[in-house]
Design a binder for this molecule. Sequence first.
Ligand code: PEP
Length: 248
Amino acid sequence: MTNKIRYFIANWKMYGDLRSLKTLNKVIKFTRSNRNKRFRIIYCPPFTLLSSFSKILKKSKINVGAQNIHEDLNFGPHTGFINSRMVKSLGVNYVILGHSENRVLGETNIKINKKVLSALKSKLNVILCIGETLYEKRKKFTKKILKKQLVQCLKGVNKKTKIIIAYEPVWSIGTGIVPNNVELENNINFIKSLIKRKFKNHIILYGGSVNPKNIEKINQLNLLDGYLIGGASQNSKKLIDIVKKTFN
Ligand code: PEP
């Protein structure tokens, strides 16, 4: 176990309402009593809860992120959307971009790139999701897809930027299926080799069905800076277990 900071990004997707706020208490307590451990928890709740999360977590070491933004930096006629400035004004410091659940709705790499640039202008830290579909994996297109996503989504980003990449094979999200460590190591090393050419300050996460039962096996890799966790992150006990097992 190295001394690097581990990131645990909790993606709540379209789950949670005001009653969910009480689940934060346990995690705040856990974070307080483990100040000596080098980890960072970032909650990404739905837009409706960003402001409440931000207020409750203000005095803790836990950060808040949004799950998406519109690419336009200015106010505008975009029904149903919010932009990076609006998010930032709530005390939010991160944003997940390029999640496969949004790519499947038509978000292209070009559009994601505009969102990345807009987020960075508003001083949000970008968590960029990349990953291949099952079809692409079977066709052995994985590396080609990962490279294209990285190059196109990060076009024009200053090389001094701290960039967070979440490798999320689409076939692993919400399915309970996790790549074996050989496959994971191969793909993570490939991503690292590309990203380090331009960005010295990079953080590489894995996401896809991470839970307290499989975390120890994935941790054996010792290559990752942390995890993007969907389903399991809505349960504070499971989230804490994942963090604890990473530091065992
Ligand atoms: C995700 O939403 O990015 C994710 C990884 O979900 P899950 O952990 O539920 O597979």
